[in-house]
Design a protein around this ligand. Sequence first.
Ligand code: GDD
Ligand code: MG
Length: 337
Amino acid sequence: MEKNLASEPDRNQITKAILLVGGKGTRLAPLTNHTPKPMLKVAGKPVTEHQIVKARDAGITELVLATSYLAEVFKPYFGDGSKFGLKITYAVENEPLGTGGAIANAALELDLEPNESVMIFNGDVLSGHSLQSQIALHQKANADVTLYLTKVVDPRAYGCVPLDEEKRVKAFLEKMENPIADTINAGCYIFRKNALQQIPVGEVVSVERDVFPALLSKGAGVYGYLDTNYWIDMGTPQSFIKASRDLLMNPHLSSATKGVVGEALIGSNVQIHPTAQVGGGSVIGDGCEISEGVSIFGSMIGENVRVGSGSQISNCYIAPNQEVPDQSVFSDQIIGE
Ligand code: GDD
Ligand code: MG
C-alpha cells in the first residue's frame, strides 16, 4: 500500500517560536512608561501583533511571549492566541534575564524534538524578509543557528556580523565603535535544540554578547541569511513614527493591517474640517478634532487630541488628550505624555 505522505509532519518546517518582548524600551520613554515598547501601536496595531501575524503566516503554530517589563499587559490582549490563529503561552521573568536568559527561560515552555529548531524574534523589529528563505538556508546548511542579517549605513548601534563566502558567521560584535562590516544582526534567529541547550537557564545572559561569541568559539555552525528587503527597529522615537508611516503606505509589509492601509487611518468619532489635509501614512485616534486649514503628514495623533486651526504637523507623535494651539508648526517630534 502507498504511504500517505500528506499526513507526515514536514521535518523542515519550523512551527515553534519565541518573541522577546521584555525590554524596558528606555529610548522611547515616556511612551513606554505605561506601555511596553512592543505593545505600542504602529499603523493602528501593536508591534507584537504585526510580528505574530507574520510568524503565523509562515507556519508558526505555537509561540511563547518572553515577557518581563509590564508583563501583565500582554495576556489580556493576546490571550491563548486563538483569536490570532496560533497557540500563545507566556514566560514571565520576574527580574529581566537579558536576551539570552529570556530565550532559555521561554524554551522551557516548548516541548522540542531532539533535532527541532525554533524561531526567535526581537520584539521591536518589523521586516519584509522571507522567513521561509531563512528557514530554507538553515535546513540546507544543517546549521546550529541561522541569523537574519541586513545592511545599514551606520552599524554602530547594532550587532556587526561579518560573513564568509559560505555564509558562515565569522564574528558577532555587538555595538562596536568601528564596525568591520556593514552586515548587521536584524533580530530574528533560528536555533536548533542543541544550540538552545548551550544557554544557561535562570541566569542573566545576553544572546548577543555571551551566547553568539561562545557558540562561535566552540566552532558551532552559525550561518547568516542576508536579506535587504524592508527592515526597521522601532526602538527610537523617529523610527517608531517612521514604522507606522511605512506600514500604512506599503500594505504588503504587514497582513495585520489588512483593510486599514493607505494615506491615513482615521479612528471613530473624528471631526476633520473640510479644509484640513491628512495624509502621508498618518493615524488619527478616536475622538480627535482637526480644525480648519490644518495639515497632518506622516504622523500619529493619539485619542481625543484637538489640533488648532492652521497647524502643520509632520512626522510627529502627539500623545492622547493634547490640545495643540492654533498655528502650531511641529515636525519630527514627540509631543505630550
Ligand atoms: N524577555 C526579555 N528579557 N526580553 C528582553 C530583555 C530581557 O531581559 N532585554 C531585551 N529584551 C527584548 C526587547 O524587548 C527587544 O524586543 C529585544 O529583546 C532586543 O532588545 P533591544 O533593547 O531592542 O536591543 P537593541 O535594539 O539595542 O539591539 C538588538 O537588536 C538589534 C536589531 O534591532 C540586538 O539584538 C542587536 O544585535 C541587533 O542588531
Ligand atoms: Mg531594538
